[in-house]
Design a protein around this ligand. Structure first.
Ligand SMILES: Nc1ncnc2c1ncn2[C@@H]1O[C@H](COP(=O)(O)OP(=O)(O)OP(=O)(O)O)[C@@H](O)[C@H]1O
Ligand SMILES: [Mg+2]
Length: 276
């Protein structure tokens, strides 16, 4: 936790947390019969990239949904910048626009344009009437165009989503999320199924946003090698449990959560995943 001191040493005006996301012993279930996440503990530093890797069905998307209140926990505590995610809570709802979420399905509107999809990210900033009739001020339109240029979609603003390639669609989803001016970005497998060059181009966009906006990005990946290359920390989820947390420091892979795994098992996991 960082306490910022003002000119008057006796008064502190801001308390800001370094651990922007914290989960303690979090359990969750879809049907109240079995748990899909079991005792998750994690702590994510502001301004970092944190990735989640694991087999299909292990609970990665569920973990992201817990962070933006789309899913509720059964047990444990979750704090997102001091708030407990809860869609019924006014305080949390008022900070929701600060969380950019790119679902696994991308959530784009297919029959409207790239520009219109991007502008949806500005809706929380508009007044009720403007928002209802989607009346976007010129400065928002210019901002959207600037972001579309940044993500490499200059000249394609008027294209309908169904006319785009998979990589281009992902760029629109990133543009829409950046348009929100988020402090946290949750991105669910936005580079899976893309070729290596496009996947890296898209990851570089996230790294760029992280640096420019001090964004905290939490990303779900299938490729362990790519995850390690682009993240400060990588959590491995297996059958609802976080079994490992690793990161690269210099030329070493560092294990931040020593569990039951041996070094050999960790390396096998790394090389096994990277062959995909
Ligand atoms: N809406 C739902 N209702 C009931 N069960 C669900 C629901 N969504 C997910 N599940 C179950 O919860 C478990 C975790 O699902 P989740 O989507 O989090 O996995 P994942 O790791 O993201 O998988 P993938 O890599 O295939 O996207 C799975 O067993 C899944 O079948
Ligand atoms: Mg998923």
């Amino acid at each position: 936790m960082v306490i910022t001191q003002t000119t008057n040493p006796s008064s502190f005006s801001i308390i800001s947390t370094k651990k922007i996301i914290q989960m303690n012993e979090v359990w969750t279930s879809y049907d109240s019969k079995s748990y899909v996440l079991k005792g998750i503990n994690l702590s994510i530093d502001k301004g970092t990239i944190y990735s989640i890797v694991g087999q299909s069905g292990s609970g990665k998307s569920t973990l992201l949904k817990l962070m933006n209140g789309l899913m509720t926990r059964s047990k444990g505590t979750i704090k997102i910048d001091y708030q407990t995610p809860n869609m019924n809570d006014k305080k949390f709802k008022s900070m929701m626009h600060k969380i950019g979420y790119i679902p696994q399905s991308l959530g784009l509107i297919k029959n409207i344009s790239v520009l219109e999809n991007t502008l949806i990210g500005a809706l929380p900033r508009l007044g009720k009437i403007q928002s209802l009739f989607k009346m976007f001020p010129e400065k928002e339109i210019q901002e959207a165009k600037k972001i579309l240029k940044l993500v490499g979609l200059l000249g394609k603003e008027k294209r309908k989503i169904y006319m785009l390639s998979g990589g281009e669609k992902r760029r629109v989803a990133i543009a829409r999320a950046l348009m929100q001016k988020p402090t946290i970005l949750l991105a669910d497998e936005i580079v899976s199924e893309l070729d290596h060059v496009t996947a890296r181009e898209i990851m570089n966009l996230i790294v760029d946003a992280q640096k420019r906006m001090n964004l905290t990005a939490i990303m779900v990946h299938h490729d362990m090698q790519l995850a390690l290359e682009y993240s400060n920390r990588v959590a491995v989820i297996k059958a609802g449990e976080k079994i490992l947390e690793i990161g690269v420091e210099g030329d070493k892979i560092v294990d931040f959560q020593t569990g039951d795994l041996t070094t050999q098992e960790i390396m096998e996991m790394y090389t096994g995943e990277s062959k995909k």
